[in-house]
Design a protein around this ligand. Structure first.
Ligand SMILES: Cc1ncc(COP(=O)(O)O)c(C=O)c1O
Length: 314
């Protein structure tokens, strides 16, 4: 991805090439670093860029900073201003990915809880078509990290070594995306996304106690299935072999958006094509995040503020 012009570090915009930290920071040495990946979507008609569910992401980041026992925890308001200012400074008028990192700076040791620095970066990130996203899933031989050791609820950079091992493992075997099982052997989630399964038209997903990140997109799916499709999601433990008999499977997350899995462990999911429900979910999701559908205007934070947020249905 092309680098942006500016990155915000501790509230100051700096040219991207100068956004550096010391190799001795606890962030680098021990992974003392929590982050968020967020997207903003361009709406042609409104000539506006909308950040999707910014508040929810920032609240989760604050929860992460609390679990990390950081000395200081930035407010949602302050971080919102920093995100909007960074996008505006880079003058993006198209879909973008936003990254916030709250890390332990300075030269402390493993137990350092400050000084805490905040970084905000933005990169162009146009959404791919559903067909281009279709991927081959496989259950990873690496189990998901556990709440009593490396809590998956905490979006901490160090946790992603688990995702990385799983990704490299399944890619080495010719698949694209890992599906992790919990230590107890139930389905958890993907490397950077939650897993949704459809069986006999019923959407099903693992509970938040099954080694998953409490995903904003998963929550959006709960709302969408209930309000748009009249089928509330069933939240329950999922067995590995259920994946083999599912009609549709897809990964969902801010970065992945909606990613259909057309095979799992080499077996076709349903008929091996992108499913009808997955397709509808993607279309609705794209409408909601972009504001071409009027639902939940408060989920879309306008960056430039020049146009009405969403027109009411007439
Ligand atoms: C491990 C993991 N699970 C799920 C998700 C999806 O979370 P969200 O929908 O909040 O982006 C992510 C994304 O960051 C993730 O890294």
């Amino acid at each position: 991805m092309p680098a942006s012009k500016y990155i915000m570090m501790d509230g100051e915009l700096v040219p991207s090439a100068e956004a550096k930290i010391h190799v001795y920071t606890p962030a680098v040495r021990f992974g003392a670093h929590v982050f968020e990946g967020i997207r903003a979507y361009w709406n042609d008609e409104h000539e506006e860029l909308y950040v999707f569910r910014l508040r929810e992401h920032l609240e989760r980041l604050r929860q992460g900073m609390k679990i990390m026992r950081y000395d200081t925890v930035a407010t949602v308001e302050d971080m919102t201003d920093q995100v909007l200012e960074t996008i505006r400074a880079n003058e993006y008028r198209g879909d973008v990915g936003i990254r916030l990192s709250a890390y332990v700076a300075g030269e402390g040791f493993i137990d350092a809880t400050g000084p805490v620095s905040l970084m905000v970066g933005v990169e162009p990130g146009a959404a791919k078509s559903l067909a281009d996203k279709a991927s081959r899933g496989s259950v990873s031989s690496w189990r998901r990290i556990d709440d009593n050791a490396m809590p998956p609820r905490l979006k901490c950079a160090a946790n992603y070594q688990n995702s990385r091992l799983g990704l490299l493992d399944v890619r080495n075997d010719g698949h694209d995306e890992p599906i992790f099982l919990t230590q107890e052997g139930k389905v958890a989630e993907g490397a950077g996304a939650c897993l949704m399964m459809v069986r006999d038209s019923q959407p099903i997903t693992s509970p938040i106690t099954a080694g998953i990140l409490e995903s904003v997109t998963r929550d959006t799916m709960f709302w969408m299935f209930e309000e748009h499709f009249g089928k509330p999601v069933e939240e329950r433990a999922v067995d590995r072999t259920e994946l083999y008999v599912a009609d549709e499977l897809f990964l969902c997350g801010s970065a992945y958006e909606v990613m259909p899995l057309t095979t799992v462990d080499g077996l076709p999911v349903g008929d091996g094509e992108v499913g009808e429900i997955t397709t509808k979910v993607w279309q609705t999701y794209d409408g909601v995040v972009r504001g071409t559908l009027p639902d939940h205007p408060a989920w879309r934070t306008p960056v430039y503020g020049g146009q009405p947020e969403v027109r009411a249905a007439e």
